[in-house]
Design a protein around this ligand. Structure first.
Ligand code: PMP
Length: 427
């Protein structure tokens, strides 16, 4: 497989864009590679500028649950485009998307659209603080909530990959009210709440973590967070930017039957266009300007193209059976990877929740970030490179999840497993 055009484009990009990329993980630093430059996508496939094609399990990091260029989304976008690209004034599309979200995820009684997951979590944190009149925010190690200053504390995703705790440029005074605790540590959380619960404004987490690799919540963890936040009057915020409309139709909160006070969305609700959203209880949401005093705004928020893509995507996801199909494909994929690793005698952990999946090269059961970090990163990098060479496009970091879409066929999954068998035998 040849990548010379990608290499040329990358070298040019590096002159003009820091690291040649507009989001760090794309540079493929942690797998010792270089990015392939994409020309186009179609269904489950990516096509690069050198004429190679790949079965894609990144799917734009989650949004493309229907695959690349799904006809219903393209058609909705064409229609919206005919009428204009942005008005900075309300359109009915915003209400339609809000209706789809609130009907599908009942804890969300009202919702505000923003432009990214980062904006959604940043705004939800501000709202939790404004609503409670308290300052402390609790988050969990290895969860990533975007790059807002307050939440950039021992974060996962790109930050974990580069092994930087927080970031220069974030003043200590900004993060001094953010506590980061081990994920899935029920007793540790209870202890902190017993000491400081009455000062805690909000607790934010990924209900299934996807930014330290995929890690599911231990039994009782989400229930404990719900119980304790209720007890101390803190706002429970589910960051469902990744899990929303992905792990189940009514998202992780529906799957685990826990009702948060606020929920953040992104990725899927924008159908591949830049969107985020946060929503929840009417009592809390009505504190946002202009009905309330907590300020939050956006020039392009509720953008008609993004709303149209989101509506088309969420509408397609209402159809019977789609989540079963996603689940079956993903389960087959992870079972295949595990069997391939076992056959090669490689220590391997894998799991999935709906169509979100992850795996680690370790013999340790992974329940938190510490465990995730025991994964053999060199072996991951070798696996990543081997798979890429066989036309399988995985996330270029151990600390990311894999995404399966409705466009992935049984043959795609079988071909991917066959590739994994061959690569596992070599690493
Ligand atoms: N929260 C979670 C759980 C995420 O996975 C991400 C992005 N991967 C974000 C927030 C930030 O979203 P964005 O990149 O759109 O700002």
């Amino acid at each position: 497989m040849q990548h010379s055009k990608s290499l040329d484009l990358f070298n040019k990009a590096k002159q003009l864009i820091p690291g040649g990329v507009n989001s760090p993980v794309r540079a493929c630093n942690s797998v010792g590679g270089q990015p392939v430059f994409i020309e186009r996508g179609d269904k489950s496939r990516l096509f690069d500028v050198d004429g190679n094609d790949y079965i894609d399990y990144v799917m734009s990091w989650g949004p493309l649950v229907l695959g690349h260029r799904p006809p219903e989304v393209i058609q909705a976008l064409m229609q919206a485009l005919e009428t204009g690209t942005s008005f900075g004034a309300p359109t009915h599309l915003e209400t339609q998307l809000a209706e789809l979200v609130t009907q599908t995820v009942p804890s969300v009684e009202m919702v505000r659209m923003v432009n990214s997951g980062t904006e959604a979590t940043m705004s939800a944190v501000r709202l939790a603080r404004g609503f409670t009149g308290r300052n402390i925010i609790i988050k969990f190690d290895g969860c990533y909530h975007g790059h807002a200053d307050t939440l950039l504390v021992a974060a996962g995703s790109g930050v974990a990959t580069l092994n930087i705790p927080g970031s220069p440029g974030v003043p200590q005074t900004v993060t001094q009210n953010t506590l980061s605790l081990p994920y899935n540590d029920i007793e540790g959380f209870k202890q902190v709440m017993a000491q400081q619960g009455d000062q805690v404004a909000g607790v934010i987490l990924e209900p299934v973590a996807g930014n330290m690799g995929m890690v599911r919540p231990r039994e009782g963890f989400l229930e404990t967070l719900r119980k304790e936040t209720q007890k101390y009057g803190a706002v429970l915020i589910f960051d469902e930017v990744m899990t929303g409309f992905r792990v189940a139709k009514n998202s992780a909160q529906g799957l685990f039957n826990i009702t948060p006070d606020l929920t953040c969305f992104g990725k899927i609700i924008g159908g591949g266009l830049p969107v985020g959203a946060y929503g929840g209880k009417k009592e809390i949401m009505s504190q946002i300007a202009p009905t309330g005093p907590v300020y939050q705004a956006g020039t392009l928020s509720g953008n008609p193209l993004a709303m149209a893509a989101g509506i088309a995507t969420l509408t397609a996801l209402q159809k019977d059976g789609v989540y079963d199909t996603l689940e079956t494909r993903t389960s087959d994929l992870m079972n295949g990877f595990k069997a391939a690793a076992d056959e090669a005698g490689i220590p391997f952990q894998s799991g999935h929740v709906g169509s979100m999946a992850g795996f680690f090269f370790t013999d340790r059961k992974v329940v938190d970030f510490q465990d995730a970090k025991t994964s053999d990163l060199d072996r991951f990098a070798a696996f990543y490179r081997g798979m890429l060479a066989k036309g399988i496009y995985l996330a270029p970091s151990q600390f990311e999840a894999c995404f399966v879409s409705l466009a992935h066929t049984k043959k795609d999954i079988d071909d991917t497993i066959a590739a994994a068998k061959a690569v596992m035998a070599e690493i």
